[in-house]
Design a protein. Structure first.
Length: 169
């Protein structure tokens, strides 16, 4: 059993963890929702596959974020994987920009679930949230894929590495 950390040790561990995680390159996504609770979106790098049978993704969302309750109530989302040309869009969805301004920054269509889908995304996964698991400061949204829209495979992906954006083909 791991001994309880002092507040100083816990803070040192948190900072070491954040530094370590900055060494993991990750695709950048804009995750969107729309429904009875309204329209919302945020930038995420904590997205990964869970299973291909049934096709399922997980998306991590900070429970204290301004959009958390909207996603919790709507129970649908679209994971839009960004190309290297979407850096400004990623910054808009990751900052304090209003939801209206965020969605004005891209060209969107309505996916099968009702969530906004970015027309020129590298790939978009339209999903229904089937379970929400609390993990520390975040929710893990387990999301069953309803539809997939593939974009231009010749575009470079936008990745986040060492706290900076980069393009990778």
């Amino acid at each position: 059993m791991t001994p309880e950390l002092t507040p100083e040790e816990a803070e040192a561990m948190r900072l070491a963890f954040r530094q370590g995680m900055s060494q993991l390159a990750a695709a950048v996504h804009v995750v969107t929702t729309d429904g009875s609770a309204g329209i919302a979106g945020f930038t995420a790098s904590a997205v990964c596959s869970v299973s291909d049978s049934p096709p399922t993704l997980l998306v991590c969302l900070n429970r204290s974020s301004s959009v958390a309750t909207v996603f919790e109530q709507n129970r649908v989302l679209c994971v839009n994987t960004l190309t290297h040309q979407h850096e400004a869009l990623s910054r808009a969805f990751g900052g304090t920009t209003s939801q209206t301004e965020r969605f004005a920054a891209g060209k969107w269509v309505t996916a099968a679930t009702g969530a906004p889908r970015l027309v020129d995304a590298l790939v978009s996964f339209d999903c229904e949230v089937v379970n929400i698991v609390e993990a520390g400061s975040h929710w893990v949204l387990l999301s069953r894929i309803v539809d997939i829209a593939h974009g231009n495979a010749d575009q470079a992906a936008l990745v986040y590495f060492r706290r900076r954006y980069a393009a990778i083909l």
